[in-house]
Design a protein around this ligand. Structure first.
Ligand SMILES: [Cu+2]
Length: 122
């Protein structure tokens, strides 16, 4: 590699490193229902387990069901030392595919967001 190529490669690595999972920020570790899972009963709540403590005021999730219809969810709460965001699901979910889109602000002041899906198959 020429000297310039080395510089470019290092810059690229730095950019990818910062845009990828940076461990200091809040990233979704696990969830219930889990990503790509199929559940046999309508969940009464969605639990999102993050790697960092969250600021509840700027954290939340929306659930979208079949036909891109947003499911009415309850007020989110925090548990597990602020690392778990729980979103109540007061309505019974029909069979179908659901998407959970989350956005959180970790207490270090960084925002992250993402989405995942699960299927309800009674
Ligand atoms: Cu951070």
């Amino acid at each position: 590699m020429s000297r310039l190529n080395v510089v470019i490669a290092m810059s690229l690595a730095a950019v990818l490193g910062f845009s990828g999972p940076a461990f200091a920020h809040a990233h979704l570790k696990t969830s219930t229902p889990a990503d790509k899972s199929t559940v046999s009963a309508s969940p009464t709540q969605i639990d999102l387990h993050f790697t960092e403590e969250l600021n509840l005021r700027f954290s939340g999730a929306t659930i979208t069901g079949p036909g891109k219809i947003e499911i009415k969810a309850g007020d989110a709460t925090l548990a597990d030392e602020g690392k778990t965001l729980t979103v109540p699901v007061p309505t019974k979910l029909d069979a179908g595919s659901y998407t959970v889109e989350w956005h959180v602000l970790s207490t270090d002041g960084h925002k992250t967001n993402g989405s995942y899906g699960f299927t309800v198959k009674p």
